[in-house]
Design a protein around this ligand. Sequence first.
Ligand SMILES: Nc1nc2c(ncn2[C@@H]2O[C@H](COP(=O)(O)OP(=O)(O)OP(=O)(O)O)[C@@H](O)[C@H]2O)c(=O)[nH]1
Ligand SMILES: [Mg+2]
Length: 297
Amino acid sequence: MALELNEAQELFKSAKNGDRRSLSRLMTSIESGNIPNLERKQCWTLGITGPPGVGKSTLIGQMISHWLVKGHRVAILALDPTSPVSGGSFLADRVRMDQADLSEEVFVRSIASGSNTGGIPNYLGEMCFALSECGWTRILIETVGTGQYDIRIFGYAQRVLLLDGPDRGDIIQAEKAGILELADFIAVNKSDLPGSESAVQGLKLSLGLSENEKRKVHLVSALEGTGIADLISTIDSCEINDSRRKIRMREMLISNWDSLLLNHSQIDLYLEKLCSGSITVNDAINSMVREIISRGE
Ligand SMILES: Nc1nc2c(ncn2[C@@H]2O[C@H](COP(=O)(O)OP(=O)(O)OP(=O)(O)O)[C@@H](O)[C@H]2O)c(=O)[nH]1
Ligand SMILES: [Mg+2]
């Protein structure tokens, strides 16, 4: 382990000096639990969530161009849905964003969501800190877009953009999960298609129900590039809302707790015992936690 940690430290050093191969290898090292010493100071992160197919990756492509012009270096961490059956990751987004990856100022990384619930692995925070220390000034995290789990992104990203499409059916899931309430920015994509205006009105109506609502519902077309500059300007001028810190910490706590339980070496055994009724859920939790503590995790 000490060897791997030394290696992670070396990779971090070369990544900070601008070596991209080392940066990629550093991300892999963090993924496997070998984390270099990080400063863990505030870094600029934006979570982008929204129903599957709403245009998150396409919008990110547009945002990249805008931020590059402003002199930023943009890193994208794309959470890939991992099939629970095959365990395989779909890297399609990576291909779509490859064009952007050609630039020296853009870094794209797909992350398998693994067995963690919420599709957000708990090392995501470390990846963001490392990227920030390596000089990436805009770190974007594209979530899987599965409603009730996407709320976990609030544990990792300082600010969150909720993207909707002309079909309002999808957003109801986000409303239920509380994402609409918490999102810092809201945008409706595909303004070139019919139904986008009514989606904006629907969202405004939902937001209007809460008092002191100041958020604007942006209308954009990631395909045609319209409305993006205004959205970027809202994002760039937004102050971090510190009252959200507690919400973020809560989501991070839940996320880490989930992953501790789900990555427990005896999880299958406990599930079998629960199925056969030989233990209760409380028994299972108590034993698992005792084992986790005795291992000193
Ligand atoms: N008409 C129109 N199509 C768009 C727009 N933005 C994205 N699309 C199309 O919508 C489809 C899905 O776009 P993606 O960017 O892959 O959407 P996504 O939200 O990243 O999808 P997942 O990652 O699979 O959840 C693609 O065929 C895009 O070309 C838009 O503004 N207008
Ligand atoms: Mg995508």
